[in-house]
Structures are given as structure tokens and as C-alpha cells.
Design a protein. Sequence first.
Length: 283
Amino acid sequence: MTSETAKKFSVRCKKWFLWGGIIAAVLCFFRYENRHLVVTEFTYVNGAVENYPDGFRIVQISDLHNTVFGWNQRALMDRIMELAPDMVVITGDIVDSNHTDIDAAIDLVDQLAGLCPVYYVTGNHEYWLDEGDRQRLFEEMEQAGAVLLFNEAVTVNASGGTFDLIGLDDKSLADGTLKALLSECNSETLNIVLAHEPQYIENYAVADADLVLCGHAHGGQFILPLIGPVVAPDQGLFPKYTSGAYYMDDMTMFVSRGLGNSIIPVRLFNDPEVVCIDLSARN
């Protein structure tokens, strides 16, 4: 090999190493973005209802899409256990229809149910499963200890008070189902609604919901400086309802950024999120 050939080979190797390093750094960064769990705490205050469950803690997880956080979901479970919830609610898409792992979903539910009561409502991905997988998921979640709410309301006794928990099926978000369910509840008691998709906020407000917990938007997937969230399912580009609290009339809607991804496999400046909601009678 001549000195000129050796020189060219050396330059080429340096370029390969440089590009290899850049690619490795980008992949590590995106993995960090997809797995860096954060907890968002929110205190909900409502002094206008009777028999308020002051001090009750709800942990919300949403849009897991079969994502794994540590062996046997250890990282996720550690975060949830640190919060010492009185209840865990799962607001849909615990599995992903494109790479479904029902066993993993059931194992997580089993762990959560050993910690506290667990309530679940459907997301769109559950309805994208074939009928056999969907029925198996629902049956085994119930066997693992979760309460599945398909357009149902239950009364929860909590912290010396009570509240009505309403689970809205993903097929019933845009119609009059929620209003009918709430009309049967005690109007003087706090009501909390689990509904997968946030873009129906007007429907939730018209139905006289107090607090609505949603997911589905994946936090806008990419959060860009000066621009904000970029894209969300069913809201398109620059979505309005992606994370945190939104208010309409007397209703509060809290949207979780969720835990996993589906069609778009990466997040940007949009950490996977566990939501912790404390019910308080005082500001």
C-alpha cells in the first residue's frame, strides 16, 4: 500500500468513525428520550361538592403501547410505588395493535393490583386488536384484578369522602353517553371521568364533568422550542390538547403525555410521564 493510498484509507476510516459516533449518539439520545420517566404532580381542588375525598391520591398511566421500563417494568413500578397511590387509573392503549404483547400488559396490571385498586378504560388500540386478542386482554385484566369500566359509573369511598368514577368507552366519547351517565350520579358529589381522547373536551364540559383524565395525544410527540407540540393523533399538526391541565366552564381536563409510542417510534423533549393527582378540599 502506497503512502498516498494509506493516507486516503486513514481519512476514510476517520469519517466512518465520526459518522458511526454521531449515529450512536443520536440513537442513545432517542433511547433516553423514550425511557426517561418523569412524574407530573397535579393538585385538584373542588370545594363546591359535598363529602369531598380530601387527600386522596390517584396515579394515572396512559398509552403504554407495550413499552418496557426496566426488567419486568421495574423502573415504572418503582416510580408508582414511591407515590403511594390510593388508586391507579389506566386511560387506554395499554397494548399496541402493531406489536401486541398481552402477557406483558397483564403482568403489569397484576403488579399494580397488588398495590392498590386499578381502574381501566379502553383506548383506540384495544379496538384495533382482533376480536380474540381483545377479549383475551379484557378477561385476563379482570382476572389480574383491574376493574374495567365500559360506560359505567362506580362510587368510590375515599379518605372519609366519596366520589363517582365514570369510565367512558373509546367508542362513546363524542355522543351523549357521558351526559346520560352523569345524570344518574349525585350532582352534589365529585365526579371523575376516565376518557382516552382529549379532543372531545367540549362534550365532556357540556356533560357537566368535574375532572376528566385523558391521554392519546402522546404529548404532541415532538416538542420544539418556540413552536411547542408538533403532532398528535386525531388533532393533526400543532395540536391544542397534549399535556397538563385545561379548563372549560367548571370542568378541568388533565391530559397525560403517556408512556409509549406507536406509529412514530421516538419522542423529542417529551419525557414519558406518570401523572399523580392529589384531591384536595383546600387551595
